[in-house]
Design a protein around this ligand. Sequence first.
Ligand SMILES: Cc1ncc(COP(=O)(O)O)c(C=O)c1O
Length: 491
Amino acid sequence: MDKNQTLNLRRKHIGPSCKIFFSHDPIKIVRAKGQYMYDEKGQRYLDCINNVAHVGHCHPDVVKAGAEQMEQLNTNSRFLHDNLVLFAQKLQATLPERLSVCYFVNSGSEANDLALRLAWQYTNNRDVITLENAYHGHVSSLIDISPYKLQHQSDVEHNPSVHVAPSPDVYRGKYRADHADPATAYADEVKDIIDKAHSKRRKIAAFIAESLQSCGGQVIPPAGYFQQVAKHVRKAGGVFIADEVQVGFGRVGSHFWAFQLQGDDFVPDIVTMGKPIGNGHPMSCVVTTKEVAEAFMSSGMEYFNTFGGNPVSCAIGLAVLDVIEKEDLRGNAVRVGRHLTHLLEKQKEKHLLIGDIRGVGLFVGVELVRDRTKLTPATAEAQEVIYRLKEEHILLSADGPHRNVLKFKPPMCFSVEDADLVVEKIDLILTELEKALGLTLKNTLDIANEGNKRKLQADENGNQCENGLVHSTEGGHGAPSHSKRNKRLQT
Ligand SMILES: Cc1ncc(COP(=O)(O)O)c(C=O)c1O
């Protein structure tokens, strides 16, 4: 179909709240391989954001495993099948011994929803502590514990059983890198929440957090934070749920699971997995301890899931684990991630707009700020970078509460050459942006304090930015006037 025809049909039949990337000029992707995606004209795009296509888009081993199993049999997990038990066994081998019981489900949301049910049943408590800016899924039980989704919803009634702890962000958060012990300070905040809840006779069932906050702005919690939180939460009768939906399966390189970055002495009670687990096939998993699983069983209610753990999904899951090992993708994440962060660090020395570089393996964030002291978020600039990269056929996105953090989470086959290319383009774009803004290392103009009228503009998802710059065609403060997108926005 012609691209416009596809777009018109989409507008007619697909819910308008299902946003599209680059809504003013969406991309129609028709095939993909490795870290590259191709549009209907055969134009190649470098994919820096798809952590679902973990071992590479359409990896032949994964496709083959799924197709071959689909030719043989696909049915539910009420029958004995080797794929189910072999996949559970192989997955368990990547985890601490204590986490030995799997429930296979179909999406990250379903995994987190089941994790809550396990926690409620095991603890007999109801309240959940979540982090500022967290996102855990789209189902009703999870929207309440996803402040990321509620930021701009002033009319949403607060759920009294949900408590929000500060994000352990040592760059922009309440306790920063200059604090003597941010891990303890942030964990003490959780303890305070527990004490306050207890004073109102509320009881904590769980603390849930991504092992590294992704939508929340590529935040890497200080080491030791999870151990201390777990101690406070368990003392209160609750469990620790680690959401590895975005960051698991070796993305951090040095470890298979991102929670392991905290140290060997930390083991969550429940781990949820999704996105990369099936390399694009819709599947997910919850892994927990024998004790939690037995408590869930004690309710007497059967847990049945029509598609979860079917032989096709398990064949695919097994193939993904094999490819991670066979192609040493964790090693690649370490090497390329180190190279990428090194290149970006050099850019930070050159570009005032770069406030912070943080990352582990192929999970990297670049926080853009208009002022390095005040940390004024450079939201419009981040969006401009994303749009301009798209014009260079590179797909990156900006996230975090201010949508000013460029987030890298590419397929794990991302190469040194890919890193070189994207950083070279970011360098050129930032150079132009800073020139237009009058931001140079010699001239640190604080545009945040100016009376410059700011106009709302859309981000790559079609959402309105909070503080977009006026993009003047007559020079002055704003993005370079030759940006095609700016011209389009102005007309
Ligand atoms: C951290 C995290 N948890 C859970 C989910 C929900 O996963 P899904 O979209 O597969 O339901 C997401 C989705 O983006 C996520 O980022």
